[in-house]
Write a protein that binds this ligand. Structure first.
Ligand code: GAP
Length: 456
């Protein structure tokens, strides 16, 4: 799929109610997006599927929902207050701003990893390779300056007295600071995991590509606390589970690949991304990181509170090692949209746009379509009963063919038509989105039939 198809997906998202540009009536607000009626269902279903897999079905995993605003000491402990910045360069000719590390990686087609290079090394590389501005083609750069990625705001309780607070740039710190609260209240034994889904904020220099990189986004993060000797095994297992989840919600294996990090943070023992082949190329979908005891040790140091875990059998006290799995909801939603989007040529030469979304994440599971308006009483009765089971859409406007197309475009896996025979025999026609096959089925059997198909 080429870049132009991302434009098609953006257009479809806007016209069908998946995603609207943020603050659109005011001319928009760059790189913010609002999820519409269909998009919010898709996102919620993705989050539900993730939570089911990594919390509900994982006996040693527990959820939290921590505050977005945290004590600013948190960000000193995590290193974000001092070091969470990107190396930016401005083109003096066209005034466009770029990340120096991105310029290097794009120039070398991913062969040179800029992560870990010093500012001087990056400047030297750009000068030696005469990397030009991708926008205007000139070689006329400012020196590299560090650009802080955390959004700051202030909290004033007394007039004139203001404290800087940060919008969290990642959710995991809320999991680390609650490590012992969760462990004690859940009586959890190492290894166990804490999961969280929530908003994060980053003042990205180069956001873009629709939902791929935004300044406000949701993350789904899972921290597994374990003995250091078990961490590499758990890291490998987490990589596999992350991959399996991506495949299970519908991403094809040939568009996924592992990308091991060559340069690691000094405390880390291993790190890997799963990349997805987006319309713009291979890009990070999620990260899996072996973080050693770094996070807990830093919070212990900065809070002055012990973060030690006591082994209930041996009474040994130690700081567990953390294995982290982190994925952006918007980025995964974008991958699911890209994977699902299809333009099919039908017999007779017509084309249809269809979103082959996995039924478990499809916004609506069923559309109820009376063949004619004077069947709406029966159709509404069916809608009321089935809407208790799953999200249903109701549509009686336009020809049946057009109504099928509308549902195909938002990925509804089943359409149910009510016809005059329904009034006699209590049967309806169920049409499946991908094959377009139709079956006759008793109204009473529809709920079970669909519940079976949308299981995750
Ligand atoms: N706690 C670790 C952490 O936040 P990260 O690699 O910076 O690690 C993890 O982010 C995941 O969050 C990414 O793999 C991506 O899916 C998502 N993500 C990060 N920045 C994002 C942004 N600006 N917009 C959308 N998603 C983002």
């Amino acid at each position: 799929m080429e870049l132009k198809n991302l434009d098609k997906i953006v257009t479809l998202c806007k016209t069908r109610g998946f995603v609207f540009p943020g603050s659109e009536i005011y001319g928009g607000f760059a790189n913010t997006w609002d999820f519409g009626p269909v998009g919010v269902e898709l996102e919620n279903n993705i989050k539900k599927a993730w939570w089911k897999r990594f919390v509900q079905e994982s006996p040693n995993a527990y959820g939290v929902d921590a505050s977005i605003l945290m004590n600013p000491r948190t960000w000193e402990a995590s290193g974000h207050a001092q070091g969470f910045s990107d190396p930016k360069m401005d083109c003096k000719s066209c005034k466009q701003r770029f990340r120096a590390d991105n310029l290097i990686e794009e120039h070398s087609h991913g062969e040179t990893e800029a992560e870990g290079m010093t500012t001087e090394q990056m400047e030297a590389y750009i000068a030696e390779n005469k990397i030009k501005c991708p926008h205007c083609g000139n070689f006329n750069w400012t020196p590299i300056r560090q650009f802080k990625l955390m959004f700051e705001t202030s909290r004033g309780t007394v007039e004139g007295e203001k404290d800087v607070v940060y919008l969290r740039p990642e959710t995991c710190q809320g999991e680390y600071v609650n490590f012992l609260n969760v462990q004690r209240t859940a009586r959890a034994k190492v290894p166990f995991a804490i999961a969280q889904i929530g908003k994060s904020f980053r003042n990205e220099i180069t956001p873009g590509n629709f939902l791929f990189r935004t300044i406000e986004f949701e993350q789904m993060e899972l921290q597994t606390f374990c003995k250091d000797e078990d961490a590499l095994r758990i890291y490998e297992e987490t990589k596999k589970r992350a991959w399996q989840f991506a495949e299970d919600i519908g991403l094809k294996a040939d568009k996924l690949r592992f990308h091991d990090h060559e340069k690691l943070a000094f405390y880390a023992k291993a790190a890997c991304d799963i990349q997805y082949k987006f319309p713009v190329g291979w890009e990070e979908l999620n990260g899996v990181h072996h973080r050693s005891t770094w996070d807990l040790s830093r919070h212990q140091e900065f809070s002055g509170k012990s973060m030690l875990y006591t082994d209930p059998v041996t009474n040994e006290k130690y700081l567990p090692t953390v294995v982290e799995y982190s994925i952006g909801v918007g980025r995964l939603t974008l991958a699911a949209l890209c994977e699902a989007y299809d333009e099919e040529t039908l017999e007779g030469g017509d084309t249809r746009v269809v979103m082959h979304l996995h039924p478990a994440i499809a916004p609506y599971k069923l559309a109820i379509l009376p063949l004619q308006k004077n069947l709406s009483e029966k159709a509404t009765e069916i809608y009321s009963a089935l809407a208790k089971e799953f999200m249903c859409s109701y549509d009686e406007a336009g020809s049946i063919g057009k109504r099928y197309r509308r549902q195909d475009e938002i990925g509804t896996p089943f359409c149910l038509t009510v016809d005059f025979d329904t009034l006699e025999d209590g049967m309806v026609t169920l049409r499946e989105r991908d094959s377009m096959n139709q079956i006759r089925i008793k109204i009473d059997e529809v709920a079970n039939y669909i519940n079976e198909k949308i299981k995750f």
